[in-house]
Design a protein around this ligand. Structure first.
Ligand SMILES: O=C(O)CCC(=O)C1=CC=C[C@@H](O)[C@@H]1C(=O)O
Ligand SMILES: [Mg+2]
Length: 327
C-alpha cells in the first residue's frame, strides 16, 4: 500500500554529506530520508535519474519505513573495501578507512583514464595487501575487445570477478565466451539494476554472479525474488547510501539463503558524515539491524532550502508515478 504523499512530505529530511574521496564524479552525496511506522527509510536516487527511475528507489524507502524487515539468517555481513579510481599514491589512505576487509573492489575504466592507470591501481592494492581478494568494477566502460585485453592484463594480479565489464547483455555474453578459459567470473550490476528486465542477463547466460542493490530494485522483497529466480550467487551492494540505506542492504544480505561473497556495503567508510553512527566496517564486517538516526546529524547536515525544495518536488513526481501504477 502506497502511503499518501502528505505522510511522505511531512517526514522528509534531505541531507548533503561530504565524501572522503571523489566517487561517481561527485564529492558530496545528497540523500533523502522518510519516516514511517517501522522507522526511517532512505530514498537517494542519483540526481540525474528521472521520476520513473526515482520511483523504484522510493518503493524501497517506503518498504523499509512502512513494513517490518524479513527474518535475518546472520548477524553480521562481511563487506569489501571499495576503492574509487584514485591514483596509486592515494590507495593506501583510502584502504585504511576499511578495517580489515578481506576483499577490495577496485573501480576501473574510469572516463579519462587508461588501462595503464587501472593496472597501476590494482597492482598497488596487490602490493599493499597480498592476501586480499580483488574484484574490479568497470561500470560498463569497456567494449568487448577492451574488456578482454584489460581482464587478461589484470588477471595476472589475480581477480575474484569482474563487475559489469561491458554495458550490454549481448556484449557480456560474448565476453564471457571469450574469457571462459581464464576462469574470471562476470558479475552483472547495471544489467540488473538499470534493466527493464533484470532476468535478461541470466536468460542470456551472460553472468556468473548478480550484484543486487535494494533501492534500484525497489526493495528487499523484490531483490530476494530476483536472486531466487536467477539461481546465481548474489552480492548485495550499496548505492553509496547513508547508513540507513546500508542497513537496509544488510537486511537483504541477512535474508539471503546463501552469501558466498563479501558484500559492497562498506561504503559508509567513503562518507565524511552520516545520519546515524556510521555503519563502517569493523573487522571486515557490518552488523545487521536498524540504525538509530540522529536528529542532530540530520539538522547539522541538512541540505539547503533550495535543494530541499528540489527533493520535495522530486518526491511528488516519483509518488505520482507509483500512484499511477497502482490504479
Ligand atoms: O560495491 C561496492 O563496493 C560499493 C558500491 C559501488 O561500488 C557503487 C555504488 C553506487 C554506484 C555505483 O557506481 C557503484 C557500482 O557500480 O557498484
Ligand atoms: Mg557496479
Amino acid at each position: 500500500m502506497l502511503p499518501p504523499i502528505d505522510a511522505l512530505l511531512e517526514s522528509l529530511h534531505v541531507v548533503r554529506l561530504p565524501l572522503a574521496t571523489r566517487f561517481r564524479g561527485v564529492t558530496e552525496r545528497e540523500a533523502a530520508l522518510v519516516r514511517g511506522p517501522e522507522g526511517w527509510g532512505e530514498w537517494s536516487p542519483f540526481l540525474e535519474y528521472d521520476a520513473e527511475e526515482a520511483a523504484t528507489w522510493l518503493e524501497a524507502a517506503i518498504e523499509d519505513a512502512w513494513t517490518p524487515r524479513p527474518a535475518a539468517r546472520r548477524e553480521r555481513i562481511p563487506v569489501n573495501a571499495t576503492l574509487p579510481a584514485v591514483a596509486p599514491g592515494e590507495v593506501a589512505a583510502v584502504l585504511a578507512r576499511f578495517d580489515r576487509c578481506r576483499t577490495v573492489k577496485v573501480k576501473v575504466a574510469e572516463r579519462g583514464q587508461t588501462l595503464h592507470d587501472d593496472v597501476a591501481r590494482v597492482r598497488e592494492v596487490r602490493t599493499l595487501l597480498p592476501d586480499v581478494r580483488i574484484r574490479v568494477d568497470a561500470n560498463g566502460g569497456w567494449n568487448v575487445d577492451e574488456a578482454e585485453t584489460a581482464i587478461r592484463a589484470l588477471e595476472l594480479l589475480d581477480l575474484e570477478y569482474v563487475e559489469q565489464p561491458c554495458a550490454t547483455v549481448p556484449e557480456l555474453a560474448e565476453l564471457r565466451g571469450r574469457i571462459h578459459r581464464l576462469g574470471v567470473p562476470i558479475a552483472a550490476d547495471e544489467s540488473v539494476r538499470k534493466a527493464t528486465d533484470p532476468m535478461a542477463v541470466v536468460a542470456a547466460g551472460a553472468a556468473d554472479v548478480l550484484v543486487v542493490k535494494v533501492q534500484p530494485l525497489g526493495g528487499v522483497r523484490r531483490a530476494l525474488a530476483i536472486v531466487e529466480a536467477a539461481g546465481l550467487p548474489a552480492v548485495v551492494s550499496s548505492a553509496l547510501d547513508t547508513s540507513v540505506g546500508l542497513s537496509h542492504g544488510a537486511a537483504l544480505a541477512a535474508a539471503l539463503p546463501e552469501l558466498p561473497y563479501d558484500c559492497g556495503l562498506g561504503t559508509a567508510a567513503l562518507l565524511e558524515a552520516d545520519v546515524a553512527a556510521p555503519l563502517t566496517p569493523v573487522d571486515g564486517s557490518i552488523p545487521v539491524g536498524r540504525v538509530t538516526v540522529d536528529e542532530h546529524r540530520l539538522a547539522w547536515h541538512a541540505a539547503s532550502e533550495e535543494r530541499t525544495a528540489w527533493w520535495r518536488e522530486r518526491l511528488v513526481a516519483a509518488h505520482a508515478v507509483l500512484e499511477a501504477a497502482e490504479r
